[in-house]
Design a protein around this ligand. Structure first.
Ligand code: 5GP
Ligand code: MG
Length: 180
């Protein structure tokens, strides 16, 4: 692993090595295994693009029968003055009555996740929980409880393990933080 990398105009240094991420993913998978063991075929719903690597490692550690799908939040300019409207795309089958676990790379202010939970709740699932790899407690400003957090970090900007800086850095197996 390189200690310092350059992505676009910024330098990043290693913050969380792959082994530590793996331990955190194992710990959160164990909690899910305990909590969902008796639920009928829970549905893991990954949010693209950021969650692909977390989902891949997490799902290998899940011991109950499950289904898995990915969705994306598209944003487009609305025609009205309300401005940017975000839409959940890629969810083609019903989630009514299902136990849904949203899989996210990072929850920061909670703006995106709140929007998604509201959209999904309207589709009448049996339950919705959020499982995020990273959580920024100092930044989170929403009421919806984020039950499964693999790791908590400060307000620093990170890349790697699915997370990007303007599309670069997603494939890194370690997590890097931007340097001052
Ligand atoms: P929120 O809506 O919770 O404020 O922000 C969530 C989104 O912001 C994430 O899905 C991610 O795209 C982006 N984000 C927030 N913090 C970071 C960070 O530290 N690194 C990267 N790469 N993206 C972040
Ligand atoms: Mg994301």
């Amino acid at each position: 692993m390189k200690d310092i990398i350059q992505l676009h105009d910024r330098k990043f240094r290693v913050m969380i090595p792959a082994e530590e991420i793996d331990r955190a993913v194992t710990a959160v998978a164990e909690r899910l295994n305990a909590d969902y063991a008796d639920k009928p075929t829970p549905l893991f719903l990954g949010i693209l693009n950021g969650s692909f690597m977390f989902m891949s490692d997490l799902i290998k550690k899940i011991e109950f029968q499950n289904e898995l799908s990915f969705v994306k939040l598209s944003s487009y300019e609305g025609t009205s003055s309300t401005g940017v409207v975000k839409n959940l795309i890629g969810l083609n089958s019903s989630i009514e009555g299902r136990h849904v676990i949203i899989v996210e790379d990072i929850v920061d202010t909670g703006e995106s996740i709140e929007h998604m939970v509201r959209d999904l709740q309207a589709r009448k699932p049996a339950s919705i929980e959020v499982c995020t790899l990273f959580f920024k407690p100092a930044s989170y400003s929403k009421n919806f409880p984020i039950r499964y957090r693999a790791m908590e970090i400060g307000n620093e900007f990170i890349v790697g393990y699915g997370l990007d800086y303007d599309q670069l850095g997603r494939s890194l197996k370690d997590v890097y933080v931007v340097t001052e």
